[in-house]
Design a protein around this ligand. Sequence first.
Ligand code: SF4
Length: 514
Amino acid sequence: VGPDGTPRPPRVSAGALRSLWACERRLYLERHAPALAAPRGAHDTMLRELAGDHVRRVRERFSDVRGPIRGEIRDETRAAAETVRLLRETRATLHRPVFLAPDGTAIAVPDFVYWEDEALVVHDARLASRIEGHYDIRVQLTHHAALIEEAAGIRPARLEVTSGRDQVLVGEPIPDSQYRALRARALGLLSGGAEPDVLKAHSRCESCPFYRHCWSRAEADGRIEAVPGMRHEVLRALGARGVRTLQQLASLDPEALADSLKIGRLGRHLVLSARALRDRAPVWLETPRLPPGRPLVWLDCEGDSDPDDGAQVVYLWGLAVDPDPAGGPLQVESLFGDLAPGGDAAGWRRFLARAGEIRARFPGAVWVHYSPYERTAFAMCRRRYGDPEGVTDHIERSAFDLHAEAITRWVKLPLRSLSIKHVAPFVGFHWSDPESGSAWSLVQYRRARATADPGARRAILDRIAAYNRDDLEAMRAVWRWIEQWLGRMRRQRHAATAPSRHRPGGAVRRTRAP
Ligand code: SF4
């Protein structure tokens, strides 16, 4: 509603176009069912605060700034009239000016517009370090330019962005036909109609505020989009054959499906995943073969983009040497970097020193991690800071990725995702701090960097370390669960092949034979 309490007419904003670009169902729900959204989490709040700080820093670089007009004048029509007046009567830089389409169906509020030799420049402040590949940023800049022309009759000479690395980057507008189509679609969704019947990939939905709404409904309806690994083209082909539910997909012959759709091993993968979901039980594809080396060394690192220069940094290397995965609690070592610019280098050196000791003492150890992030972190830190003794080469040769080499290869699970946050609870493990998560961890890391109070800092780092310890315990719980299944499979195989007193040639007959 507007400031006077009356319902606002639907207006396409840059934010609406960004939501549409992410998912049209999301834009629809934001407008028509906002109460279904999850409350904003600490990570989103942190990003908003960082974005606000960034805009304030960019503002300081301009002189003769008026505004923020959107903040000072709440009524959009009056704010738009004031913006046009200032553009006509001054050459001031305008902070959060308001541009309203003549028919009232669209609005744009760029961060800044400023004059350069009688040409108007649109300038946004973004946390992203690059804009190539960020089509959504180009869409929003194009929207600003279109609305400035419609509202004030001025065609901006340039669109630009101050990135999260404080570089000024020029943004290319998207083609006009694409922009018009997006804007028309956004207005249609904002105006009403039925909720779009869309379900995006789980990896994208998981961070969406409407995740619970969309995925609970998808599972209740038995939608096959919820099957991990489903692809759009396969979905269409299945729909054309009348296969629309999990039950139908689970009952297909995997080989016949693969042949008829020409999708090779994906056919088997989809049908067996559907069976796991239908029966709420694991479906094993092959007998697990866990690496025999010992001890195990559990490894999990936490990373973030550096608040000072936007570069990726690893701020915690967590590891635990484990002679017996069925034993008591892990002895976890939490190797933090220094909480200062460039402090990740110190964390890397600490990690190399400790990992070198482990290599010398336990040359047959198996380093277990979950997902490729640890290998990516090795490559990044080696490139940046070196590894003169080849410690990480050794680790990589003896490493085992529990996600890629075990869970995704050996078994289909009745889960939406095979990330550790889904798999570990399935096998009975729960994080001791239910608030924690990787996004939570990096919020805490930034809080630790920001505080000048050593006690508060220590307390925050201890919470991050406890979360990381749970990550290692979560991996260990998955390992144990695989071992338990392996034991069960061996017992079944043994029972099936062992001589039986009830079968010819069984144990009883043999004892009687002589
Ligand atoms: S959860 Fe997924 S499908 Fe639902 S609105 Fe969000 S992105 Fe779209």
